[in-house]
Design a protein around this ligand. Structure first.
Ligand code: SAM
Length: 299
C-alpha cells in the first residue's frame, strides 16, 4: 500500500523526556485549558489519533469509550500502564493514513501534536473524516508556521522559508508547520465548519518559563487563547471543527464491529483467539497484549 512515511516513535521515551522531564508543564496545562473549552460535554465514542502515551486521554472523561490509536506499540503500552486495560479504552496500532474503522462511527475525534508529522496532511484528514458520523466534532491541534518568532526571523533574514505562504514547511525531517489558512481550507473542503480557533502557548519562552510558575503562565495563556478567533501568531493552534447533520447515537456492541480491513475495506472481520481475519481478502490482524494491530498483516 502506497502511504506516506511515518515518524516512528517505537521505543521512544517521548512522554518522560519531553513532558515529564522536559520542562513542559506550562504547555501541558495550557493545552488542558484549550481542550476543556473545545470538548463536547460528553459523547459515546471518541477517537484519539496519535494518542502516544495517553497524556491527554484522561481529559476525555465525558466519553463512554475511547479508542487510542497510535502507530507505535510502545507508546500504546505506556498508555495502557497509565489508563489500565478496561472496556473503556480500546488500543489500536495503525497508521493515520490507513485507518481500520468502518465509516461514520465516531461522534468525536482529537489529534493533538500529530499533524506536524504528516507529510500528506490532506490525506490524513480525509481518512479521519470518513471515520466520523454526521454532527461529529473534530479537535485538531497544528503547529503554526505563521507564528510571531518565524515572522520576525523571516523579516530579519535569519530564516529562508516564508511563513506567509500556504505551503507546509518541513523544518526538520517529518516535522511540518502549517499555515492556519491552509488548515481552514482543508477542513472546509471536507465539509466541516470551524466552530472555534484557540491560540495556545503564547508564552513559550525559556526565560518566562523559568521565572513564572507554570500554573500562572498557563492561566495567562488561557486569557489570550480566545484571540485565536481573530488572528493566530502562536506556535500552536487548536481548532474545533464540526460536521453537518445530527449524530446517530447507535454504537456497535462488540469491539470487532468497529473495525474494517485496512487492506480491502471489508467490514466483516471475524474474531479468532489472537487475531482478526478478513473473510474477503484473507488478511490476518494480530490482537496481542490488549492491542489490535492493523499496521501489517500477520505472516
Ligand atoms: C508528538 S507525539 C504526541 C502524542 C500525544 N498526542 C500527546 O500530545 O502527548 C506524536 C504521536 O503521533 C504518532 N504518530 C506519528 N505518525 C503517525 C501515523 N502516521 N499514524 C499513527 N500515529 C502516528 C507517534 O507514534 C506519536 O505517539
Amino acid at each position: 500500500m502506497n502511504t506516506p512515511p511515518v515518524c516512528n516513535y517505537e521505543g521512544s521515551d517521548y512522554q518522560r523526556s519531553f513532558w515529564e522531564e522536559g520542562g513542559r508543564a506550562y504547555e501541558d496545562r495550557a493545552e488542558a485549558i484549550a481542550l476543556k473549552r473545545l470538548l463536547p460535554k460528553g459523547g459515546r465514542l471518541m477517537l484519539e489519533l496519535g494518542a502516544g502515551a495517553g497524556r491527554n486521554t484522561p481529559r476525555y472523561a465525558g466519553f463512554d469509550r475511547i479508542v487510542l490509536l497510535d502507530y507505535s506499540t510502545t507508546q500504546l503500552a505506556q498508555a495502557q500502564e497509565r489508563l489500565g486495560r478496561t472496556d473503556r479504552y480500546i488500543y489500536v496500532a495503525a497508521d493515520v493514513y490507513r485507518l481500520p474503522f468502518r465509516a461514520g462511527l465516531f461522534d468525536a475525534a482529537t489529534m493533538i501534536r500529530v499533524l506536524h508529522h504528516m507529510a500528506d496532511a490532506p490525506k490524513a484528514l480525509a481518512q479521519i473524516r470518513a471515520a466520523l458520523q454526521p454532527g461529529a466534532v473534530f479537535i485538531l491541534e497544528f503547529a503554526n508556521k505563521l507564528n510571531l518568532k518565524a515572522i520576525l526571523r523571516y523579516w530579519s533574514g535569519r530564516q529562508s522559508w516564508n511563513p506567509f505562504d500556504l505551503e507546509p514547511v518541513e523544518f526538520v525531517k517529518l516535522n511540518f508547520d502549517f499555515h492556519p489558512k491552509a488548515i481552514r481550507q482543508w477542513l472546509g473542503g471536507l465539509g466541516y465548519s470551524i466552530e472555534k480557533m484557540l491560540t495556545v502557548s503564547h508564552f513559550r519562552l525559556g526565560l518566562l518559563k523559568r521565572i513564572l510558575p507554570a500554573r500562572f503562565l498557563a492561566a495567562l495563556d488561557g486569557l489570550f487563547q480566545p484571540t485565536g478567533a481573530f488572528f493566530q501568531l502562536t506556535p500552536s493552534v487548536f481548532v474545533k471543527a464540526k460536521l453537518p447533520g445530527n449524530a446517530d447515537t447507535a454504537m456497535p456492541i462488540n469491539i470487532i464491529e468497529l473495525f474494517k480491513c485496512p487492506d480491502c475495506n471489508s467490514g466483516n472481520l471475524i474474531g479468532k483467539e489472537d487475531h482478526l481475519v478478513c473473510p474477503s481478502c484473507g488478511a490476518k490482524w494480530s490482537v496481542r497484549d490488549g492491542i489490535h494491530d492493523f499496521r501489517e498483516r500477520m505472516k
